[in-house]
Design a protein around this ligand. Structure first.
Ligand code: PGA
Length: 241
């Protein structure tokens, strides 16, 4: 696992955007795995700027997002579909039909999860997966537990995740209790992974991910086994290393 310590959030975001841009320039039909949350917002801003400067073309790119809240409609401003439209998709020339996010309104969640995996497979697999990390060490919504969940699945969100994400909702009661999330195998199958973390609230999880044992109690620790994983963190997130 390569560890890159950036001076600050701005530098971290620029570095991540540069890696994604290089991927898309080198392979214009790249399949990108994307993440939501506060962490990648700066990266998406830089990608939009690179697109506006004519440096990257998304017309042949496909994207698969890690997760979506269960029971939340795509036109709900709290949905991850909405987040992606606002922060990236509507600002670039990606084709709407090439942007995939699990359907939070699926009646048959098992079928939705299975089909999501099939869509990733049919697209040729993920070339570059972008990740954040939860304060509890989750990646996607793979919460700490007794085993690594392999494929896309319906998850019960951890109390810590509900509290952390309540800042995006009017009150903690309104945070969905479940989500559809790519699994650990889905993430590990990506050819290349970059995980971003900033701020001191992530320092403990970052330390455990890099220096701790590989355990489903800290799901991000599995990335130690990935042959092409880079972690880009700011100095606060690196404080315990
Ligand atoms: P954050 O979330 O970027 O909003 O901190 C990251 C995560 O929970 O994976």
């Amino acid at each position: 696992m390569e560890v890159i310590i950036a001076k600050d959030y701005e530098t971290l975001s620029r570095q991540a955007a540069t890696i994604i841009a290089a991927q898309v320039i080198g392979q214009p039909d790249s399949v990108l795995g994307l993440a939501t949350g506060s962490t990648p917002v700066g990266t998406y801003k830089h990608l939009v700027a690179l697109y506006r400067e004519g440096i990257i073309d998304f017309s042949r790119v496909k994207t698969f997002n890690l997760d979506e809240y269960y029971g939340v409609a795509p036109d709900n401003p709290c949905s991850y579909r909405w987040f992606m439209e606002e922060n990236l998709f509507k600002h670039i020339n990606i084709l709407p039909e090439n942007t995939y996010i699990p359907n939070g309104l699926a009646q048959d969640t098992a079928a939705e999860c299975r089909e999501y995996e099939e869509k990733i497979h049919r697209a040729g697999g993920i070339d570059l997966q972008l990740l954040g990390i939860g304060g509890n060490g989750h990646i996607g919504f793979n919460e700490p537990g007794n085993s690594f969940q392999p494929a896309t699945h319906l998850v019960d969100l951890d109390q810590q995740t509900i509290e952390a994400n309540s800042r995006f909702f009017a009150s903690p009661d309104q945070v969905p209790r479940q989500a559809l999330s790519m699994g650990i195998k889905s993430i590990m199958a990506a050819r290349r992974i970059i995980l971003l973390a900033n701020g001191k609230a992530k320092a403990r999880a970052v330390y455990e991910m890099i220096r701790g044992p590989i355990t489903p109690e800290l799901p991000a620790s599995v990335l130690q086994l990935h042959p092409q994983a880079a972690v880009i963190i700011d100095q606060e997130a690196a404080a315990l290393l």
